[in-house]
Ligand binder design. Structure first.
Ligand SMILES: Nc1ncnc2c1ncn2[C@@H]1O[C@H](COP(=O)(O)OP(=O)(O)OP(=O)(O)O)[C@@H](O)[C@H]1O
Ligand SMILES: [Mg+2]
Length: 246
């Protein structure tokens, strides 16, 4: 296994970092995972890192890309890990294009509002432009990408409208079995600084497993079966009193 996964959208707050924490939890039981935080807000680092930004979670290495060269950081992380996942700022950036150039796949999280879907399309267009640019020199270059509908409610009118709009634009989207439902467990995971899997009920865990499997398949990453986890879990701190129960 050797792959770089980019999780990106030109829109903020659509579920990029949450998606990455979910996938990292899925993969860390199977292989060595590096997470690169290219968002100046460093939310991934503050979610999974200790006070100095070092990962609190066994099997996951964390690295900030603020002030770093993304190309060098990806190359270095790839040499020591089986999967490298990059979290980008919620904007169209130069770093995003560089990251796409190295990626095995791009996941574009999006809500189902019209504004979110418009931004998902813009991000997909960057994937298409990167593909056009790089396939000029390397005809075998390909960059699979799909929109991941997050914070959505299946079978609602807005969910259906979002899917129809993306289909009309020929923007690929994961199937209904791989959507991320709107659940307070995801917010709770942030407060507890743990993975969503740790606070999810059985049904949500199953859904998360399905989403992670679909993302792994998109990137052509066939992970070995999960090992029994002996390491530290990301649970480290008690949730503040304000935390909302799932
Ligand atoms: N499926 C979900 N259901 C409910 N809330 C969610 C879900 N996914 C994420 N959230 C919440 O939505 C907010 C934004 O999520 P997240 O930080 O993952 O998005 P982001 O795209 O990384 O945002 P930013 O661009 O600001 O980095 C967070 O408060 C998170 O807890
Ligand atoms: Mg984020």
């Amino acid at each position: 296994m050797d792959g770089v996964l980019a999780v990106a959208s030109s829109k903020g707050g659509v579920g990029k970092t949450t998606t990455i924490v979910m996938i990292a939890e899925y993969f860390r039981k199977r292989c060595r995972v590096a997470l690169l935080d290219a968002d100046p807000n460093q939310k991934l680092i503050s979610w999974l890192g200790d006070e100095t930004g070092v990962s609190r979670v066994e099997g996951i290495t964390l690295k900030s890309l603020v002030g770093q060269n993304i190309v060098e950081a990806i190359t270095e992380a790839k040499a020591q890990h089986d999967i490298v996942i990059v979290d980008f700022a919620g904007a169209l950036t130069q770093e995003m294009v560089f990251g796409f150039g190295y990626a095995a796949a791009v996941v574009i999280p999006s809500g189902s509002s019209k504004g979110d879907i418009d931004e998902a399309r813009k991000t997909y267009q960057v994937v298409e432009q990167t593909t056009a640019l790089l396939s000029a020199g390397n005809p075998s270059f390909s960059l699979p990408a799909k929109v991941l509908l997050c914070k959505v409610r299946l079978n609602t009118d807005t969910y259906k409208a979002a899917k129809q709009q993306l289909a009309a634009w020929n923007v690929p989207v994961f199937g209904d079995d791989a959507h991320v439902p709107h659940r307070t467990s995801f917010e709770k995971a942030w407060w507890h600084k743990c993975s969503p899997q740790e606070v999810a009920d059985a049904a949500l865990k199953k859904q998360i497993e399905s989403v992670c499997g679909a993302i792994a398949a998109l990137a052509g990453l066939a992970p070995p079966e999960a090992k029994a986890v002996t390491g530290k879990s990301p649970r480290a701190r008690k949730a503040p009193r304000t935390a909302t129960p799932a």
